[in-house]
Write a protein that binds this ligand. Structure first.
Ligand SMILES: *Cc1c(COP(=O)(O)O)cnc(C)c1O
Length: 307
């Protein structure tokens, strides 16, 4: 993982919409999923300045939070290993402690050297509470704390670097939204003529208050219309779409974030939501490490899996 302060950039790939029977628009995908084999997509962007800060301040340990299939946990474990930090993952759900070997994300993080602290869902709700964090650090020792999902000012600064001179020509910038940190960076770096459209991976659009912490600009909107009922909720229609999209474009999508975003973009294209001849830019934020864990769950339920 190169944390040089020079900008790194990922390729932009055009999707041939005529393969899907859609005409009159163009769609380009920013392949942030290709930035790094394990610290993929927006998590690379969000960690970059945080890890530089942690090095500057001579921290030896990174401590962060996440759930069973968290892309962020996998990214912190891999980036920590590569950058010479010890890592501690505070994991939501005590029952997972005995299931590490069945869980591809936690197994991967463990292989990278991450130590875990499994806590109840109740205790996990305190994850942003300073006295809870103080008590954690008392037990674990001095650590650089990265919040769940990795969103803070330094993360937003890193996400601003997703956009550059090559992305100025696009009309609408689309991205999947979890905590809102990534979209905040995109909004900050967007041009006046550009709209930023966020596809929430969760129900509700509570992220707006988070976004307002990082930007005063208002050229954005967020929809939860394509979250398929909530975070990590998956139905066969979504899986079929992800498989068809990959077959036609060779671009893999994850089922929690980028699959739902792309599904939403296609619905909006079919409904003629975008201005005629619009040039749409979709940020592929990565998350492909999560596919293995979700497929395991789908197989157990005898549902179609992601190919
Ligand atoms: C974490 C994640 C997001 C959400 O990013 P936020 O900054 O929390 O909004 C989107 N896509 C993928 C693949 C992610 O892993």
């Amino acid at each position: 993982m190169s944390l040089k302060t020079t900008h790194i950039t990922s390729p932009i790939q055009e999707v041939d919409l005529s393969l899907f029977g859609i005409h009159g628009y163009s769609l380009f995908v920013k392949r942030e999923d290709l930035l790094h084999p394990f610290v993929s997509g927006n998590k690379f962007r969000k960690l970059k300045y945080n890890l530089l800060r942690a090095k500057e301040e001579n921290y030896e340990t990174l401590l962060t939070f996440g759930g069973a299939y968290s892309n962020h946990i996998a990214a912190v474990a891999a980036a920590g290993k590569e950058m010479g930090f010890k890592t501690i993952g505070v994991i939501r759900g005590e029952e997972l402690e005995s299931k590490i070997s069945e869980n591809p994300t936690l197994s991967f993080a463990k292989e990278c050297g991450m130590k875990f602290l499994f806590i109840s869902r109740e205790a996990y709700r305190n994850k942003d509470n300073q006295s809870f964090l103080d008590s954690l650090i008392k037990n674990t020792g001095k650590s650089y704390i990265i919040p769940e999902g990795g969103s803070n000012h330094l993360a937003v600064k890193g996400c601003e670097e997703i956009l550059d001179d090559h992305t100025k020509r696009f009309d609408t910038i689309c991205v999947a939204v979890g905590t809102g940190g990534t979209i905040a960076g995109l909004i900050n770096a967007s041009e006046e003529h550009q709209d930023v459209l966020g596809f929430s991976a969760l129900k509700g659009n509570f992220q707006t208050s988070e976004i307002k912490k990082y930007t005063a600009k208002t050229n954005y909107s967020i929809t939860d219309a394509y979250c398929f009922g909530g975070y990590a909720k998956i139905d066969p229609k979504l899986i079929r779409f992800i498989n068809e999209f990959k077959e036609k474009t060779a671009i893999p999508l994850d089922p929690v974030y980028t699959g739902k975003m792309m599904y939403g973009i296609f619905e909006l294209l079919k409904n003629e939501y975008f201005k005629e001849n619009s040039c749409i830019f979709a940020v592929h934020t990565g998350g492909l490490q999560g596919i293995a864990g979700i497929n395991k769950k789908l197989k157990k339920k005898n549902l179609p899996i992601i190919e």
